[in-house]
Ligand binder design. Structure first.
Ligand SMILES: Cc1ncc(COP(=O)(O)O)c(C=O)c1O
Length: 345
């Protein structure tokens, strides 16, 4: 069979034999009754890593995001977030349907925005306006290319949230990558936030699962919303065991994904046909622009696919490639070779 290098997402990884063993050996109970010891261990461990009082295991990042929205807002409230946010672009309009909030979109840079940009958008208390309620940060920012939201700006956003009585949430689906890239701990990165969600199935190699973390009170609320959304699961320790394995074994190696992504980004940027913003190639996601080639993102992806290289395209001229646990140095060499076959562009 021809070689396939699948760079569509860091979610495509398959559990390793060791992770499967952890799944096989997991001690389980009915988690809807709060009886699953493996889930309890995972929740405690993630809360500890994030420096929060408590955490709750949920099936997906999307459900974690929706629960966070529900915990912090009432229908009709306004939420401030960046234009590329996952919760705005890729969750099928769930926030409108489930939390019923209004999203105030900020055109930022590299997935980040400033406290000033939020401050100038805050609504007066007058009854004409939606109540300003929540500041939403995504770090790393997926659609922007795995970019890192500057922590100095997050601290300013926190001060702004306190001044105006708003909540502040972190979609930290890939916070592990930010910690690996910045040498700040996950707890330091999460400290300014009232709540954080993290994914086990991106980068860390677990098959399923996300958590939301925050105060005990917030997690108690989150528990009720999880039930309402049908996210209460039974002997789910078999999945939590994979998550625990992933957290203990696959966090420190994320830097390898970043090094490979950087190498590939440089090679793509060396092509006349494409451009990559190398200053923002921070983590494991490469987004390159196909404009100089005259080809659309889907055209470029189709040509790459003929050579066994799989990517995704976000919009007209942007292609995304993601490095992950199941990609090694030889895969990256192969992808660079494919890009260097000038006859394909
Ligand atoms: C930043 C971010 N948040 C949330 C999600 C949603 O996660 P899930 O696919 O588990 O629903 C994703 C998925 O890629 C993501 O990139």
């Amino acid at each position: 069979m021809a070689r396939i290098v699948d760079l569509r997402s860091d979610t495509i990884t398959r559990p390793s034999p060791e992770m499967r063993r952890a799944i096989y050996e997991a001690e389980v109970g009915d988690d809807v009754f709060g009886d699953d010891p493996t889930v309890i261990r995972l929740q405690e461990r993630v809360a500890e890593i994030l420096g929060k009082e408590a955490a709750l295991f949920v099936p997906s990042g999307t459900m974690a995001n929706q629960i966070a929205m529900l915990c912090h807002t009432s229908p009709g409230d306004e939420v401030y977030l960046e234009a590329g946010s996952h919760v705005f672009n890729f969750e099928s309009g769930a926030v409108a349907m489930i939390a019923g909030v209004i999203l105030h979109i900020i055109e930022g840079r590299n997935g980040a925005y400033t406290a000033e940009q939020v401050a100038e958008r805050l609504r007066p208390g007058d009854h004409h306006f939606a109540p300003s309620r929540l500041i939403w940060v995504e770090n790393s920012a997926n659609r922007a290319g795995g970019t890192i939201f500057p922590q100095s700006e997050i601290i300013k956003l926190k001060a702004l949230s306190e001044k105006h009585g708003l909540s502040i949430h972190l979609d930290g689906a890939r916070i592990w990558n930010v910690a690996a890239a910045t040498e700040m701990s996950e707890a330091e990165l999460a400290a300014p936030f009232d709540s954080v969600n993290v994914c086990l199935s991106k980068g860390l190699g677990a098959p399923i699962g996300s958590l939301i973390a925050g105060s005990k009170e917030l997690i108690n609320e989150a528990h009720r919303f999880r039930k309402r959304l049908g996210g209460g699961m039974r002997q789910v320790g078999i999945i939590a065991a994979a998550g625990l394995y992933a957290i203990e074994h696959n966090r420190t190696r994320l830097i390898e994904d970043h090094i490979r992504a950087k190498k590939l980004a440089e090679a793509i940027n060396n092509q006349e046909a494409f451009t990559v913003d190398l200053d923002n190639a921070d983590t494991n996601i490469i987004v390159f622009d196909t404009t100089p080639s005259g080809l659309s993102g889907p055209d470029v992806n189709n040509r790459l696919k003929k050579h066994g290289v799989l990517g995704t395209s976000f919009s007209g001229t942007r292609v995304r490639l993601v490095t992950h646990l199941d990609i090694n140095d030889s895969d990256i060499e192969y992808v660079i070779e494919v890009f260097n076959k000038t006859q394909i562009w």
